[in-house]
Design a protein around this ligand. Structure first.
Ligand code: TEU
Length: 546
């Protein structure tokens, strides 16, 4: 067991630091270019030293990887490229020895087209009961040649694909991801069994994919939407297929299953309006739901102040805690996002440019400051692999290596999300910078050698050292209470004080700002940003004071 002091007696997930492992790109144990369970297991000491409480592992189930594993063919087996069930069990056990909890990623909105249910439904033909587990319907117009509705896929293009026998199936994401019918009792029963399968194998929690999906308007009306933004997040309550009230019954069933086990949790990936988020974290539903407004805020103090106040209040209203997140495998890495001019559409910018709009140095400074903003807040903090290395988005990946279905489905108007999924650099040399013994499935930029974890671990001024120090200090200063007081230090400043006495100040303006009186400078986002006397704070800087 590790010798770290327990933070408190409240449930671990209420205040934990959760590290997101995009398994395909974390560490490759067998040299085939794809990350895997053995690679992850070999890096558990790194995660222990970073100080995280838990890891969330992106889907590791058997999958053709048409959408990076969010197309699950079998929820009870491990994708052979990632390893075996025995290896998964060993990983869970070893993580526990390091005091690291494991959160699995469950995908209930859709399966892979290779799931046995979908294969059966396709083979059986129209009218067969197996078709009712999905949304498979007749088309409209002469010969049913028009899709049943005008709905569009989140990844671009129509949300319906026609089968050879003439019927159409719904897929809100890629063609390879047919949506399940959650009105079907077998679908509900199967997922309860899948929850139990993984709970019995010791997982501590679940991240639930597309928690705002699942339920569709039974009348299947047209949307008549002008155009849906690709990878956009329409935050409309009771939309025809998002954030429908019927979701909550399903969630309550899942919660009953989890409550039959000790100390387990589930976190919702719900892209919903801020005022709808509390509904997902009522006491008999999810334990947490990502606060994506925090991620979506640009480098603007007013926006962050509002988002923090609203997020904390919304969680407190239902006796939950907020779940802060700056980045994940679906969005441009914040080091690049914060380096782009305010208002830039970062989904399209890698294609539209202009490339010289990017200020990489400012982006990194701001990302480091944002880390202190994030890690000082009460509630839980999710960090995405590579964030602790200050990795930028690889926005200039050559088109021929792109793997995200978004690239093709968007008609090449968006490159997609591969730029945030490039395998991690562990060492300054080797064929894939220590990721594995061979080439990585996506190419790493040459200058990532300088960002490798091994070098950063030795450098006290590195981004990795900053994260390590911040997470260690958070145990002492940030975890003991859920108190939060926002301070007014001017229009360009985000500042708050915690009940412990920790004060966090972030300067999002262009001029230095005065720091409040304090006893000690605990941590600064960049050496020198607060000067020797720590009386003022430079632009794009953050400090923790006591
Ligand atoms: O993402 C769900 C989802 O809705 C996102 O695509 C969202 O629209 C976008 O990121 C908002 O900016 C989840 C997974 O995280 C993603 O990787 C999968 O591709 C998707 O579900 C389908 O399973």
């Amino acid at each position: 067991m590790s010798d770290r002091p327990p933070t408190s007696d409240v449930p671990w997930w209420r205040r934990g630091v959760v590290y997101q492992v995009y398994i395909r790109s974390f560490a490759d144990g067998d040299g085939d270019g794809t990350g895997d369970i053995e690679g992850l297991r070999s890096r558990l000491p790194y995660l222990r030293d970073l100080g995280v409480d838990a890891i969330w592992i992106n889907p590791w189930y058997r999958s053709p990887l048409a959408d990076g594993g969010y197309d699950v063919a079998d929820y009870r087996t491990i994708e052979p490229r990632y390893g075996t069930l025995e290896q998964a069990e060993r990983l869970i056990a070893e993580a526990k020895e390091h005091d690291i909890r494991v959160i699995a990623d469950l995908v209930p909105n859709h399966t892979s087209e290779q799931h046995v249910w979908f294969q059966e439904a396709v083979a059986a033909g129209p009218g067969h009961p197996s078709r009712q587990r999905y949304h498979i319907r007749d088309g409209r117009g002469p010969d049913g040649a028009e899709p049943p509705t005008d709905w569009v896929s989140v990844f671009g293009g129509p949300a319906w694909t026609r089968l050879d026998d003439g019927q159409w199936y719904l897929h809100l994401f890629a063609r390879e991801q047919p949506d399940l019918n959650w009105d079907h009792p077998e679908v509900r029963a199967e997922f309860e069994a899948v929850f139990r399968f993984w709970l019995d194998r010791g997982v501590d929690g679940f991240r639930i994919d597309v928690a705002h999906g699942l339920v569709k308007d039974p009348d299947f009306p047209d949307l008549q939407a002008e155009a849906q933004q690709i990878l956009g997040s329409p935050k409309e309550a009771n939309h025809v297929h998002w954030d429908r009230d019927g979701i909550h019954d399903i969630v309550r069933d899942w919660r009953r299953v989890l409550d039959g086990y000790d100390d387990r949790m589930m976190v919702a990936e719900a892209w919903v309006a801020p005022d709808r988020l509390p509904l997902f974290i009522r006491p008999d539903e999810y334990h947490q739901s990502f606060n994506f407004s925090f991620l979506e805020a640009g480098w603007k103090a007013q926006t962050f102040r509002t988002v923090i106040a609203e997020g904390a209040a919304a969680a407190a209203a239902v006796d939950s805690t907020s779940t802060w997140v700056l980045s994940n495998h679906d969005v441009m890495r914040e080091t690049t996002r914060y380096g782009l001019p305010a208002g830039t559409n970062w989904r399209t910018w890698p294609i539209t440019g202009p490339a010289d709009a990017l200020d990489e140095a400012a982006g990194l400074r701001r990302a480091r400051a944002a880390a202190l903003l994030l890690l000082g807040l009460p509630g839980s903090a999710y960090i995405y692999q590579g964030e602790e290395l200050g990795l930028p988005e690889v926005w200039d990946l050559p088109p021929e290596v792109l793997d995200d279905p978004v690239w093709e489905r968007s008609g090449h108007t968006q490159k997609g999300r591969d730029g945030s999924r490039v395998p991690l650099p562990w060492t300054a040399d080797g064929p894939s910078l220590g990721f594995g013994s061979g080439e990585a499935w996506l190419p790493q930029p040459d200058d990532w050698a300088a960002l490798a974890a091994a070098g950063q671990a030795e450098d006290p001024g590195s981004t990795l050292s900053l994260y390590r120090q911040a997470i260690a200090l958070r145990r002492r200063w940030g975890a003991a209470d859920e108190d939060l007081e926002l301070l007014d230090l001017g229009p360009d400043v985000v500042a708050y004080r915690r009940g412990s006495g920790l004060t966090c100040v972030v300067n999002m303006g262009t001029e230095p700002v005065d720091l409040p009186a304090h006893r000690e400078l605990l941590l600064a986002s960049d050496p020198g940003v607060a000067g020797a006397a720590a009386t003022s704070l430079g632009p794009d800087g953050a400090v923790w004071l006591s």
